[in-house]
Write a protein that binds this ligand. Structure first.
Ligand SMILES: [Zn+2]
Length: 390
């Protein structure tokens, strides 16, 4: 290795990474990119891929923009059911790092390396498997330009995982850019990350339907720096026809904070509570973002997994997330305790107290993995404030 490198262990996998990627605040792109703080994101990936592979004959995995190979190599080492891994990056130095790490982990026989543009790699290369069972796309910024290529390259009933790091765009800072990239308008609200994920899923769903494909969201999550979605892709015209019933608008009243889902074809723009004209977010995905059977299976895999059980922090964090996810209500928006408190001009009430109060008064209420202080409920803002503060 002629570049300065550090040797680290992530999960059960040894990784060679450029030395400066561990010390700089923003990891440099040269000589190759590696983001150590994305470990949590990759831990979740391992849980999803293990769960997916446990119930499928999925054997091939494409890490389409692999960098130094962290996700692809961890899959090779930690998800034994997936036996063929393709790692691709345009940067030949990144591929050198990935090859060296593959040797160290003794998985080089499972791995094929390419240096190519992402779409050329996914769609036009001669290879033994024409389509991949799992395709990951983790680009710098927006995944929008590559979504077509990912959809063309995944096998029927395969899994795609896609990251968007242009969170400011999807969260409503640049609405025109969001429309141009994702065909949907965002809204700056306290639950803008959920709106952003739903715009991203709707965009992928609409693109899929062009190829007679439909999607089922298996799992989605976000933080400040990225949004990430895991979707099953199924071939079939009649399922693809149903995509329009899962896409609509979210109506949000900036006067009284009321929100309502509107379907794609007829929207009523007036707030049902205070008669103010609302703002629309969308088109966006209004169906579930989680497959509850799959999320339940993720929880089972987690509780029986040798690696995750051997960690303490990761296990507990994942357990908490998956327990919340398994009981999360499907409403496409959430409320936030601090935001409710400021609307009521009172101090904040703990999330557990809020949920108990709502439930005891006959409302549906749950936590959400989208926000540590967020909750989903069928109560209106006025009902929430009356119950909590009066
Ligand atoms: Zn209103």
């Amino acid at each position: 290795m002629k570049y300065d490198f550090s040797r680290i262990k992530e999960g059960k996998t040894v990784l060679l990474v450029p030395r400066f990627s561990l010390s700089e605040k923003v990891p440099p792109k040269n000589p190759a990119f590696f983001n150590p703080s994305a470990k949590w994101n990759r831990d979740i990936s391992m849980l999803v891929y293990k769960t997916y592979a446990s119930s499928n004959n999925s054997r091939t995995f494409a890490d389409s923009i692999c960098g130094v190979g962290a996700r692809g190599l961890r899959t090779a080492v930690e998800v034994p059911k997936i036996d063929t891994i393709y790692l691709n990056d345009l940067n030949p130095i990144a591929i050198e790092f990935a090859k060296e790490s593959a040797r160290l982990n003794q998985v080089e026989d499972k791995c094929t390396f390419e240096i190519n543009h992402v779409c050329n790699f996914l769609n036009f290369e001669e290879r033994k498997f024409r389509k991949f069972d799992v395709v990951d796309l983790d680009p710098f910024g927006s995944p929008s330009p590559y979504v077509d290529c990912v959809l063309r390259s995944v096998s029927n009933r395969g899994l795609i995982s896609i990251t968007a790091t242009d969170t400011a765009v999807l969260c409503g800072v640049y609405p025109n850019v969001c429309y141009r990239k994702y065909y949907g308008f965002p809204l700056r609200t306290e639950y803008c990350n959920e709106i952003g994920i739903r715009i991203l899923v709707s965009f992928i769903g609409l693109n899929a339907s062009r190829f007679d494909l439909s999607i089922i969201p298996y799992f989605c999550h976000s933080n400040l720096h990225y949004m990430r979605v895991y979707l099953k892709v199924i071939f079939g015209k009649s399922l693809a026809n149903s995509v329009s019933s899962k896409i609509g608008f979210l109506k949000h009243c900036h006067n009284c904070n009321h929100r309502k889902v509107e379907n794609l074809r007829d929207q009523d723009l007036v707030c049902g509570i205070c008669d103010t004209k609302c703002k629309l977010a969308g088109p966006l995905w209004i169906d579930s973002l989680f497959d509850f059977e799959f999320a339940g299976a993720m929880l089972t895999v987690l509780k029986n997994d040798e690696y995750f059980l051997s960690t303490k922090n990761e296990y507990n964090k994942l357990l908490r997330m998956m327990q919340i996810c398994n009981s999360e209500l499907a409403y496409p928006f959430y409320f936030e305790t601090d935001n409710i408190a400021s609307k009521a001009k009172k101090s904040s009430i703990s999330l557990d107290k809020v949920i108990t109060t709502l439930t005891e008064n006959g409302f549906n209420a749950s936590k959400t993995i989208m926000n540590d202080k967020g909750f989903k409920t069928n109560a209106t803002l006025k009902e929430i404030i009356d119950l909590l503060y009066k």
